[in-house]
Design a binder for this molecule. Sequence first.
Ligand SMILES: [Zn+2]
Length: 403
Amino acid sequence: MPTPSLYIREKTPKGTWRYRRIKEGRGVKTGVLTAPFFTRPFVDGKQMWKTLSAQAFKEAKEEAWQLTAALDAQSKGLTVLEAEAISNANRVAIGSAVAIYLEQKSGKAIKTVAQYRLTLNEFMEAIGPKVRFLDEITENVLRSYKKFMVGRGYAAKTIDTRLNIVFFLLKKNGIAARIPRDEMPTVEEEVAVPYTEEELKKLFAGMDEEETLRYKFFLGTGCRDKEVTFAAWADIDFDKKTYHIRRKEDMQFTPKSHESRTVPLPDSLITLLKVRRKRAPQDRWIFVNEEGRPDNHFLRKLKRIALRAGLNCGQCKTKLTVGRFDKKKVVEVSCKNQPVCEHIYLHRLRKTCATRWHEAGVPIRTIQVWLGHKNLETTMIYLGVTDSEKLRDNINAAFGSHR
Ligand SMILES: [Zn+2]
């Protein structure tokens, strides 16, 4: 279908009328043009003048498109909808591509699917109803989506994650459009640093019995957040001293990359668990909240403990919503006196555990399995480089006293 041109009528110096085609582009102010607007569609192979009823340029353009589409359909002996359906038969509407994609991902964790759904719906909202088909998604459409998210004040990390979700959808459908790498948001990945012995001493000194068990479990198993939340008594083998991480269908818990695995428990942790078992607050779950449901507030609690222990760095600032109902307001707080230090997080306990295994001489292949890493490379990056002071004896041994 040809793009319709629009015209206005102008008076020449001689006092006669003449049609001028409206050009669009940089610096052309189409908003100031006044009606009537004209267009020149083809009817039965002949081009003819049509006066449009719209009073503003934007609406006139829309009207011209509709008129052209209608005439185009008429010439093929079809209705507009039929003609559109035929010319779009091989195109994929964004809405249906999203629906299919979400359907394909429905086996993933509920939280993941919810994140995809939220992102893709927001993407469609951001690009607006004019972009209807996947093949209309260009670099510039993606740029406008990025701009939309920047406008909403999202963090770089969020923008990056959401753009990547959209990229996955495009890749799946063979659409090549992407935002060039240098225009992607800069995300600073903090490499998880193990806690030092000193930090751990301070952390655990401020914990009660319940808290001690929880965080010793994190530290002793190297488990991820959810793997601790859904740890059941039945998963603990007290003879073999292991924790078997497995799927909990009723809780929609699936271990990452769908693999169950077994991790060893240090004797000290087995002792704590045995004590706890005798007066366990709940039959099934090891760690429960006040309602007897699997607890998932480990991070929030750890941050409070770290603040009490004086471990916060004092530099982090963040915005918090305080108050309830109509008294709600956003205030800026510091990690000097609030439990908001960004350097305190659960993953560091996992990292500490992995580092301890490594330093104790556990082979990397074994650590990979215990951590539940799919690739050995991940484990190797994860373990990083051992602090040279800890290797002092090895260094000296390598050179001996006379070498
Ligand atoms: Zn801090």
